[in-house]
Write a new protein. Sequence first.
Length: 150
Amino acid sequence: MNVGDKAPEVLGMDENGRQVRLEDYRGRKVVLYFYPKDSTSGCTAEACSLRDNYEALKAKGYEVVGVSIDSAASHQKFIAKNELPFTLIADTDKMLVGEMGVWGEKSMCGRKYMGTFRTTFILNEEGVIEKIFSPKEIKTKTHGEQILSL
């Protein structure tokens, strides 16, 4: 996916098993952020930065939606532990990470594996991608501020 592309209409199932669709957010901008794994240090820092800036983001017309391949049950625990006020999509079938181009081969300590690239898509009120934060651009501890500075 690139700037100017429209995001998929069906985003997936949230932490409560409810289908999340792009039309649910029509008229609002969406921070659609992809992260590798619930309850890991970087992913927790990123989620908490978005939580701490959530009211300011909403005031600027944004809604926040997180996506990882973790289960709905894992998302429920992550939300409860960190008091997250936004939806998390459980992309267990890897459909959305595949469609958005954020799933691929990663390596850590010389070991190669498949995983989610930390990426944030800023969608306009019609669901069109306006900005993409690549893995190298995202600062997990201050990601909320990064988005607010757009």
